[in-house]
Design a protein around this ligand. Structure first.
Ligand SMILES: [Mn+2]
Length: 230
């Protein structure tokens, strides 16, 4: 069976992404998917771009809030500057990044904010879900992901009609299994009373010195690479 790996928020951490790819060792027919937030804050956006371009059709992604901002900036101003590529947080990045700004924008342009795929593999025997979704931030319970706005999908959603407005992943029970990033506080599997996983958070804060995480959908095997920087 082919493997479908999903990697959490990369944020310019090219060294760790390269190490992760070494460990998961993609074979023909395998895929690497990203929950978005490829660039901004981290040291090497161009390195991340080159690694992912090299994967060709074996890579796909949904856009995150940082892609949404970059795409909007490019659309509104017609060009992006070094601050747009640095993102918030004041990361040190080389000015030469500007030379590939258009390429970087083209890589994220036209990407979706949600993808829907069929579930297959040993982790899903007896599980009621037949499909899974990949989004950056959330799917709100009761909503159809494809009918939500990008700005909602990339955020850390709350259930506003429930007491205390809990986060979406604390109440998500399908119909799809959801893989997402964006929030370190939501990292890991989220299971129901019967121990069935309904959501999986993959943002483990590599850019903040923690680690980069990927999960294989078919069996929920996890691979983590520690941050190579502080
Ligand atoms: Mn994010």
């Amino acid at each position: 069976m082919a493997s479908t790996w999903v990697v959490g928020d990369i944020h310019g951490c090219a060294v760790e992404l390269q190490q992760l790819l070494k460990e998961i060792d993609l074979q023909d027919g395998d895929m690497l998917l990203s929950v978005g937030d490829l660039f901004h804050r981290g040291p090497d956006p161009v390195g991340v771009l080159r690694i992912l371009q090299d994967l060709g059709k074996q890579f796909d992604m949904v856009n995150g809030n940082h892609e949404l901002v970059l795409a909007q900036r490019a659309q509104v101003s017609g060009a992006i500057d070094i601050e747009d590529l640095r993102g918030d947080g004041g990361a040190k990045i080389d000015e030469s990044v500007l030379e590939v700004a258009n390429e970087l924008i083209a890589f994220i342009a036209e990407r979706d904010y949600v993808q829907r795929r069929p579930l297959a593999g040993p982790a899903w025997a007896g599980h009621p879900a037949t499909e899974w979704l990949i989004v950056h931030g959330c799917v709100l319970p009761g909503k159809v992901a494809e009918e939500m706005e990008p700005r909602q999908l990339v955020r850390k959603g709350r259930c506003q009609d429930l007491p205390g407005e809990p986060f979406w992943h604390e109440h998500w029970q399908g119909p799809e299994f959801v893989v997402f990033g964006h929030a370190q506080s939501a990292a890991g599997p989220h299971v129901d009373d019967e121990g069935r996983a309904w959501a999986y958070g993959l943002d483990t804060g590599c850019v903040y010195g923690n680690c980069l995480t990927a999960v294989r959908i078919e069996d929920l095997v996890v691979v983590q690479v520690p941050a190579a920087h502080d």
